[in-house]
Design a protein around this ligand. Sequence first.
Ligand SMILES: [Zn+2]
Length: 558
Amino acid sequence: MRKNYNSFLNIFVLLFYSASFTQTNNKWISPVDFPIKLSGTFGEFRNNHFHAGLDIKTQGKEGVKIRSSNSGWVNRIRVSLNGYGKALYVDHLDGTTSVYGHLKKFSPKIESYLKKKQYENETYVIQLFPKVNELKIEKGEVIGYSGNTGGSYGPHLHFEIRKEKGQVPINPMKFSFLIKDSKRPQIQNFYLYTNLGSKLEKKEFKLVRKNDSIYTTSGIISAGNFYVGLRLFDRQDLTYNKNGIYSVKVRSNGVEKFFYKMDRMTFDDSKYINLLIDYKELASKRKRIQLFTLHPEQKLSFIKDNSLKGDINIDKDKSYQILIEINDYNQNTSYIEAYIKGTVKKEDHIQTTYNLIDPVKEHLFEFEDQKVFFPKKSFFSNVNVKIEKKGDTLIVGENIYPLRKSYEVYHKIPKGDSIGISQSFLSFINKNGDATFFSSTIKDGYWYGKSNILGKYIVSRDSVSPEIKKINFKDQQWLSNYKYLKLNISDDFSGIKKIRGEINGRWILLEYEPKNKSLIYDFSDQNFKKPLHKLEILAEDQAGNKTVFKTEFYRKPK
Ligand SMILES: [Zn+2]
């Protein structure tokens, strides 16, 4: 195991050096035909996950050619409504996999392979694992076209390189793609944090720029145990995007207290990301403060030395120099220095206690019609959650603690009015105070759902069926020269759950893009043998309301 790992590393070291001597020797090529500009870096902090690749800008548009960075074969084709959207996974001889996400379309040979399977299985959303010899790929071959599918908000390519075994994402910067970066990381805010049970207490200290690379604070007087928090970003030369940094080192009087660098990660690391940020600050103010501390429950593959916990202990009357070093991948460095003088520790103040949840145990809270169940390990540490009923609303604390595992919410289904009940479901009240669909699953006479966020729940009802509208055609129209049929699908409340389209009673592939509510049918999917055709689309929302949309169109037979 260990040996394999090392030889694997050696391959990279070799690759890295040969590539930096001469560009033509580079084994990997850029997936795009223009200079790489990044809107996201490897290991960057995102909501509930570390970013596993590079986000490459695609000139603000969809449809640019995406090339395979190396030769190999397609190992996986995935089409999903969230995540990486339309994504391609190419395996290479050196034991790596390159991943291309949020594509608009695949190349014709991949697209026809995919469509065949989509029609066979009558589904748009699909995951396929072609055999090694089915879809061979040359280095530089166009494998698809950039898009904005899945969990993407603006056209870009999500590009990843993984070690195939274990699917471990590696920092793609190690493969020597040319990305101009001569700018140092920028520090926005500097905080010192103290842990008081489940409560974090922070204090901000104003930063002053001493010169281009060093930030400093005025003298700090403090006591006890704390660790550092920073708001920061890194910017490359050709873009204004605020991207993530590469490595961090915290020293106190020259002694290393905390260190990590983002060379590789595992998908499991993301389970602990909310311990490396001030969760409450992010949830309530959308401000992301990175914490340089290692929680006892945290297991992060990119932190190699678990004895460096980030704790800095300040003794009375002693002086401390805190030096923080922040690097981007191109070794541009920023430093923060802070001088702290120790004083006498004040007593911790007492918190109001509601329902203390100890993650070692399970906890059940019952009301007349509702139940809330926290399994063991729901949280990372003891938390104080106020669980109560206010009118029809079930309040399960506030979104200020990260969950480690989801908890269960139950609401008893009332008797009577069967239509009303069948259209009802549990809603979560979001940050703006709006009810959003949470769950319509029924279990033992309750609506039941699992949640990863503390907050409020009510029972809602949706009695309006989804709406489908024609976009680029009318009833009974001749569409012989049309390449696509375009429709719009929307639901007023609970959201679209199911869509099925048919032409003349046979399933058709409707590309559904939830972001712009579009449904698109590609006429090249079949040859029409007669002129008149019946299009029928069945849609269902999360509350079970159904719509049947029917229309007819003409097309010259081929
Ligand atoms: Zn991405």
